[in-house]
Ligand binder design. Structure first.
Ligand SMILES: [Zn+2]
Length: 380
């Protein structure tokens, strides 16, 4: 968003535009997407990690203005053809970071607000970080450094300040996401080797550690938190072959069931843009008996939205409070659609290639269930 657009939207929001937008979009389902919640601000910034004071304010706001329901209840109502209440919302967390248990859960429990957490099950009960977070932790650990990746045809990457450090992370993450898994893993191992040789201290590692099954079980017992699968290895599904897609979905679903005895009827696609899932992924979900899935495509869900491709509103470390109000109300979604009718994808870690047909996932030969919301009390 340009500076001038930001100023206009901010002024409109201050004049009550988000409240109007909230009412106008009351028949659309809001699903909010979080990743990590930090106990306090850190010296480093990662879009996916939000300080707890902002998170608490956001949850209080949602509780005040929305009917926040467990996502499983929303899906069950949908499948049964029952309407949703107006201004209906659900809260989700991707990945299964330990701070979801240590920081977010106590706030959710205190405020009595339900949420769904999606686990990359291969990392649960291990010290390993998701590969994307490992890359961040390695780069973040040095104020200045040069990584020589020329043997992988990726050139060399140097940083000497925070801005260039962020740029190197963004560039390498975008490149690695495009590569086959084995190739990506080789490069990541080489990056780790170079940082180890330079004396890595890994100061950001703790904040990216994943939760244990005991953590997940304790949250589940509260009756407020649902747990769902988010693959085993957190790979981008559309880059995998058919067998790998099936095992990433089936094995993560089985791990949740085996360790917790129950699983959310929803799945979260890693990375979650339209380029990251396809018909093979839908087929695997169907085989596993999972009826619904959430994406990172930004927006509210109209009544016609397939429950296999639910949109979400992603909240990050740079989301200011006025922006949060504007985002969840659907106001920002409207602006984006006005500016780019087909360009509504959002990626939590920066832009991906847009070479996947925007409507490819809509071409299912089998109709998928759609959302139903009540329009009583709403303007038409
Ligand atoms: Zn994820």
């Amino acid at each position: 968003m340009s500076g001038i657009t930001k100023k206009i939207v901010r002024t409109a929001e201050a004049c009550g535009a988000s409240a109007i937008s909230r009412t106008l979009h009351a028949d659309q389902l809001l699903i909010v997407m979080y990743h990590g919640i930090l106990p306090e601000r850190r010296t480093w910034d990662h879009w996916c990690q939000i300080p707890s004071d902002e998170f608490r304010w956001q949850i209080e706001y949602l509780k005040r203005h929305y009917d926040v329901l467990p996502l499983s209840e929303i899906i069950t109502r949908r499948i049964a053809g029952q309407p949703l209440p107006p201004k209906c919302a659900a809260i989700t967390f991707d990945d299964g970071l330990r701070n979801n248990f240590e920081v977010a859960f106590p706030i959710l429990r205190e405020l009595n607000v339900p949420a769904t957490m999606y686990l990359a099950t291969g990392y649960i009960d291990t010290d390993a970080l998701l590969w994307q977070d490992r890359l961040f932790a390695e780069i973040q650990s040095f104020d200045s450094m040069e990584l020589d990746l020329s043997s992988h045809n990726l050139g060399s990457h140097e940083w000497a300040n925070t801005a260039s450090q962020q740029q190197v992370f963004d560039t390498l993450l975008a490149r690695l996401k495009q590569l086959p898994v084995e190739h990506k893993n080789r490069i990541l191992a080489d990056i780790c080797r170079q940082t180890r040789n330079a004396g890595l201290q890994n100061p950001t590692g703790h904040d990216f550690q994943l939760m244990s099954w005991d953590n997940a079980s304790e949250m589940l017992d509260s009756g407020l938190i649902e747990i769902g699968p988010h693959t085993v290895n957190h790979e981008l599904l559309s880059r995998l072959d058919d067998d790998q897609i099936h095992s990433e979905i089936a094995d993560s679903h089985a791990a949740v069931l085996e360790n917790l005895g129950t699983s959310s009827p929803t799945f979260a696609f890693p990375n979650g843009t339209r380029a990251d899932y396809d018909q093979r992924v839908f087929a695997a979900l169907k085989e596993c008996g999972i009826p619904a899935a959430v994406t990172t495509v930004s927006g509210l869900n109209q009544t016609s939205q397939s429950i296999l491709e639910l949109k979400r509103v992603g909240i990050g470390s740079d989301t200011e409070r006025w922006q949060f109000r504007a985002e969840v109300s659907g106001m920002m979604d409207c602006l984006r659609r006005l500016r780019s009718p087909n360009g509504e994808t959002t990626d939590v870690n920066g832009p991906l290639t847009k070479d996947f047909p925007a409507n490819a996932a809509d071409s299912s030969t089998e109709p998928t269930p759609q959302l139903a919301t009540t329009k009583a009390s709403l303007p038409s």
